[in-house]
Design a binder for this molecule. Structure first.
Ligand code: ADP
Length: 368
């Protein structure tokens, strides 16, 4: 009895197989440079067979789907209507939803009797109130074009929030958290009594904090200005904002380890990139401290959030007056709880596991 979790990208398929009852990880793999998703699924079927697992005999498949629009606030069982709804959302996530849909279609072809569930990156943030998710733009842009904030990384924010509730030994619906998912993509979430009430990414994953190659929030007039001044097309500017900005633009690399190494050699661009990166995280922390009116814990996760004591230190430095006191010793020794005993806000470093959370959602759904 097992649950398969699929993350289908444009040229790759990542899979994890869990034992249904215990959610023990049985197998996982990454199939890269696929020509199409059917081919990728055939490769995966063969790899699973080597481990004695027949894909047609598993209990369910959970698919990561990036954009669920306003329609999906929880995992959904896939049928033809649901596929049509996710397809209709492609304009909101043209870079991601098509591959996610291809993955679902391939799964239905290869294992027609196995139920498929779609798990949306946006779903956890559907609890945001209108004052947080609306942009101050014409009503018609929202009503006719669905221009609003959706937020992403929802599965990760939810997973680490559940872990934080375990660590703090308090029910999730009784705690307030600020969660920072800091990897190549970066987002923060304000969680009030277990529910997302605000998050830093917006209609697309471009809004918010400075990222590996994405700029995060900038003055929107920059786009028209650069189109006019440089003669670049809107598409070219958009590509630069998504793929050539962030840490990459300032430091010449999107890999934070390389940025830190360059900083240690005295590289001025790297020093600036790190200062900008941490400054924006600090500003976000301040915003959400005000939004939540009381915080039990701040959680760091993602490749950087889990592994960079320097970023924890730069974000938390000098915030004693807000009840945030980092213990440098615990921080440098890879502990989960890195706050000083005197800190009124807990500081937690929690490894995210989006695949496991997807398997958990599917397991809960199967029980219904
Ligand atoms: P993605 O968003 O693509 O899943 P990850 O969550 O794996 O990315 O995060 C990748 C980032 O984590 C890179 O910038 C990488 O340099 C950074 N990172 C990983 N390990 C460390 C470390 N020990 N110290 C600092 N940064 C790290």
């Amino acid at each position: 009895m097992s649950i398969l979790v699929i993350n289908a990208g444009s040229s790759s398929i990542k899979y994890s197989l869990y034992e249904s009852a215990s959610l023990r990880l049985i197998d996982h793999g990454l199939i890269e440079e696929i020509r199409d998703h059917h081919e990728g699924f055939e490769v995966m079927r063969t790899q699973l067979l080597v481990h004695g697992i027949d894909i047609t005999q598993i209990n369910a498949i959970g698919h990561r789907v990036v954009h669920g629009g306003e329609r999906f606030h929880e995992p959904a069982l896939v049928d033809d209507d649901l596929l049509a709804e996710i397809t209709a959302l492609i304009p909101l996530a043209p870079l991601h939803n098509p591959a996610n849909i291809e993955g679902i279609i391939a799964a239905r072809t290869i294992a027609p009797n196995v139920p498929n569930f779609a798990i949306f990156d946006t779903a956890f943030h559907q609890s945001m109130p209108p004052h947080a998710y609306r942009y101050p733009l014409p009503n018609d842009w929202y009503e006719s074009y669905h221009v609003r904030r959706y937020g992403f990384h929802g599965t990760s924010h939810h997973y680490v929030a559940l872990q934080a509730s375990d660590i703090l030994q308090k029910p999730l619906d009784e705690i307030n958290l600020i969660t920072f998912h800091i990897g190549n993509g970066v987002s923060a979430c304000a969680i009030e009594r277990g529910k997302s009430i605000d998050t830093s990414m917006g209609m697309t994953p471009l809004e918010g904090l400075m990222m590996g190659t994405r700029c995060g929030s900038i003055d929107p007039s920059i786009i028209a200005y650069m189109v006019h001044q440089s003669g670049m097309s809107i598409e070219a500017v958009d590509t630069i904002l998504n793929k050539k900005s962030g840490l990459f633009a300032i430091a010449g690399t999107n890999d934070l380890r390389s940025v830190i190494n360059a900083k240690n050699r005295g590289d001025e661009n790297a020093i600036l990139a790190l200062d900008m990166f941490a400054y924006r995280l600090r500003k976000q922390l301040g915003e959400y401290m005000a939004v939540l009116r009381g915080v039990d814990a701040i959680v760091f996760t993602g490749g950087i959030g889990e592994h960079s004591p320097l970023i924890h230190e730069m974000v938390c430095e000098g915030l004693e007056h807000m009840g945030i006191i980092l213990d440098p010793n615990k921080n440098c020794h890879g502990e989960i709880q890195i706050h000083d005993d005197e800190s009124s806000v807990a500081l937690l470093v929690i490894a995210t596991d989006e695949e496991r959370q997807i398997a958990t959602y599917v397991k809960e759904h199967l029980k219904r």
